[in-house]
Design a protein around this ligand. Structure first.
Ligand SMILES: C[S@@+](CC[C@H](N)C(=O)[O-])C[C@H]1O[C@@H](n2cnc3c(N)ncnc32)[C@H](O)[C@@H]1O
Length: 272
């Protein structure tokens, strides 16, 4: 008999087990990047053979540097918009709300498919100003209930590549149209990253498929009227890599010099 929660997820929802496990492993490393003690404490409450994720402590910086990057951008937005609304799309089991601990003026919405949202509510405590919405981000109806008049931050980490281009563009347009002002912060894969989905063990094992290639900021600026570019970066430029073990750091530095790899994954930030 075990009190642990069983998970049986397929496709894109399963991939969040890998990113979550990477954060749990990272938390115990002497040179931890994300310090996600929520992930570390929650991981043992889930009945899952974590070796199936293929994630090891050595591979964890590929995930945790990205999360640390979006934590930094989100903190910057919240520092100047203490009354913000946050839409955390495709949140998986990520503890960003608890890591950032936003002030009482912030209204935070974590959104993911119902199976993932249910798991979240079983594993994380309820909190004031914190909401979990069980829905596909491509469903236009959930947005209608969210107050529109406050500065709004949309974060989508590890999400856009699972959407079709048509659904992704429609989603960004809906957010820009619904809210008065704010920022869009998300990562994306270019066409080589999307084509290479069969080489991505996490995606392949989950039986998930990647669809939407974003090659440069102009793809977004043209397709989503009202957006203005704030930042576009390669993950290889991230300072967080300076803290990882030397052989990983050197591999990353070498990969970052190859143009084909440099922008295979990208971080995007827009104002609207
Ligand atoms: C790679 S995981 C990333 C999870 C989390 N953002 C992180 O970085 O740890 C992808 C997440 O996107 C979610 N997702 C994919 N398509 C979605 C959709 N149409 N609606 C809601 N969530 C979606 C999956 O369920 C999964 O939780």
């Amino acid at each position: 008999m075990t009190d642990k929660l069983k998970v049986d997820l397929r496709g894109a929802p399963q991939t969040m087990l890998a990113t979550f496990y990477a954060k749990a492993l990272d938390a115990d490393l002497p040179n931890s990047i994300l310090h996600d003690t929520w992930a570390r404490d929650i991981v043992d409450r889930i009945d899952y053979d974590w070796s199936r994720t293929t994630i090891t402590a050595t591979k964890s910086p590929a995930v945790t540097t990205r999360s640390a990057h979006f934590d930094r951008w989100a903190r910057q937005f919240l520092a100047t918009h203490p009354e913000a609304v946050v839409l955390h799309l495709g949140c998986g089991l990520d503890s960003r709300f608890f890591r950032l601990a936003p002030g009482p003026g912030v209204e935070w919405y974590d959104i993911d498919y119902p199976d993932v949202a249910r798991l979240r509510t079983q594993l994380y405590p309820a909190a004031e100003h914190y909401h979990v919405i069980p829905a596909s981000v491509t469903d236009p109806t959930w947005l209608q209930d969210i107050p529109a008049g406050r500065p709004t931050l949309m974060i989508a980490e590890g999400l856009t590549m699972y959407l079709t281009e048509q659904d992704g563009i429609a989603l960004l347009r809906r957010v820009v149209d619904h809210f008065d002002s704010g920022e869009l912060q998300f990562d994306a894969f270019n066409r080589w990253g999307i084509k290479g989905d069969w080489t991505n063990a996490v995606v392949r094992r989950a039986g998930a498929h990647l669809h939407w290639a974003i090659n440069k900021p102009e793809d977004i600026l043209k397709a989503v009227p009202g957006t203005r570019l704030l930042a576009w970066a390669s993950p290889f430029d991230d300072d967080s890599f300076d803290h990882v073990v030397w052989y990983y750091r050197w591999t990353v530095k070498a990969m970052g010099t190859l143009p084909a790899l440099r922008y295979m994954a990208q971080y995007h930030r827009y104002a609207f």
